[in-house]
Ligand binder design. Structure first.
Ligand SMILES: NC(=O)c1ccc[n+]([C@@H]2O[C@H](COP(=O)([O-])OP(=O)(O)OC[C@H]3O[C@@H](n4cnc5c(N)ncnc54)[C@H](O)[C@@H]3O)[C@@H](O)[C@H]2O)c1
Length: 376
């Protein structure tokens, strides 16, 4: 293991040692020189196997015991969404910074509870939204910020993925209680987070959701029109019913169209910048990103560790980590009530603040116009 730039290697405990942990987190942590000291999983054998494969001394099912024994600097949380809140709060209280998988939590109420367990200067909890951190997204974000492509006017944020019944055989998937929602929450959240990180806050959402083909309690498709605070309009689609899969984002600004088409991760070659007629080609050529850093857990982890080194709030935490969950909450409330929803309506006291089905307002297969009885 290598040491961090500021001292001995960071010590990390992994909580939830399933698919994404072994596929993405553990390789990224190893490559960043972070030392895995403990593995916690609800399945003791799985925790022990992963600990043995990745060289951790401690493993088990008792989170508090592993935290007390290892006193890690960092905890990586990759449990199913329903377990994020308790896990994150316990890790923060034990003094560990936390990097938690998406979706941050199954409701805004849970998000706010986790944020309340942070301390000024750290520990903080940041959330995994790896698609913000590739070089092309960073370059474009800077261009939106400095106005070099003009004003954003129109955007498309489409998550057209395919998940079959076998995917939903995993018990925590497809349920409001354990996953927090359907493809808006589990899949489209990545694209919505990236869009919001580029365009800023949203103002109002009008949406429809339905369960057309999968045997799930949540929706399997949703569509929405979002008005941004800037006035820009965004079309959002979240589907797990689309055999030709694509994550497609498009941004029409006054001087250029910027697009990315990818599936689970991009590099610069997946992005295009198209100038409007009349733009000097030399000016347009300067828009392209210089270096090529693909979007990945590793790319985000670097920024998270830098923030830890400085004792500063990491990107995709606090208000900045909450935005996509706010939009999804508004999307579901609009779909279930048949009415537009403004961002400032989603506070404590609203049923969708506590649960994304509004406390039982969703009926699979129905459309909002069919369900006036759920209007609150
Ligand atoms: N960022 C991404 O691209 C990405 C991709 C896939 C999954 N995810 C997210 O990662 C998380 C995990 O997904 P996965 O596909 O790895 O799931 P998984 O089912 O493969 O793994 C989850 C693991 O957590 C364990 N677990 C369950 N409850 C626990 C608890 N209370 N304490 C400790 N361990 C517990 C399970 O035994 C299992 O080993 C989810 O939040 C999911 O949305 C993110």
């Amino acid at each position: 293991m290598t040491a961090s730039p500021t001292g001995p290697a960071r010590r990390v405990v992994l909580v939830g040692a399933g698919g994404i942990a072994e596929g993405s987190h553990l390789p990224a942590l190893r490559d960043a020189g972070v030392r895995l000291v403990g593995v916690v999983d609800a399945d003791a054998q799985r925790a022990a196997d992963v600990a043995a494969r990745w060289g951790a001394d401690t493993s088990g099912t008792d989170l508090d015991a592993v935290l007390a024994a290892e006193r890690p600097d960092l905890a990586v949380v990759a449990t199913p969404p329903v377990a994020h809140r308790d896990t994150v709060v316990r890790c923060l209280r034990a003094g560990a910074w936390v990097w938690c998988e998406k979706p941050p939590a199954v409701s805004l109420a849970e998000y706010d509870l986790m944020a309340a367990a942070e301390s000024e200067g750290g520990p903080y909890v940041g959330y995994v939204f790896q698609h913000r951190f590739g070089s092309a997204a960073r370059t474009f974000r800077e261009q939106v910020r400095d106005g070099s492509l003009g004003r954003p006017l129109v955007a498309v944020c489409h998550t057209l993925w395919y998940r079959d019944e076998e995917y939903y055989a995993v018990p925590w998937r497809g349920n409001w209680e354990t996953e927090g929602g359907g493809p808006a929450m589990g899949h489209g959240i990545h694209q919505m987070d990236l869009t919001l990180s580029l365009l800023g806050d949203w103002h109002q959402v009008t949406a429809t959701a339905s369960t057309l083909a999968r045997d799930v309690a949540t929706e399997d498709v949703s569509m929405a029109v979002v008005t941004m605070e800037s006035g820009a309009l965004v079309s959002v689609v979240n589907s797990v019913l689309s055999p030709r899969q694509e994550s497609y984002l498009r941004f029409d600004l006054t001087d250029a169209t910027v697009e990315v088409s990818h599936l689970y991760g991009y590099d610069n070659s997946d992005w295009t910048w198209t100038p409007r007629p009349g733009i000097d080609p030399e000016r347009a050529a300067a828009w392209l990103p210089g270096t090529d850093l693909p979007s990945s857990h590793a790319a985000q982890l670097t920024t998270f560790l830098d923030a830890m080194d400085r004792g500063e709030r990491p990107p995709a935490s606090g208000a900045d980590g909450r935005r996509s969950l706010e939009l999804i909450t508004g999307l579901y409330r609009s779909a279930m009530t048949g009415r537009p929803v403004r961002r400032d309506e989603l506070g404590p006291g609203d049923p969708w603040y506590d649960a994304l089905d509004g406390g039982g307002a969703y009926r699979p297969g129905t459309l909002p116009t069919d369900t006036p009885e759920v209007v609150r």
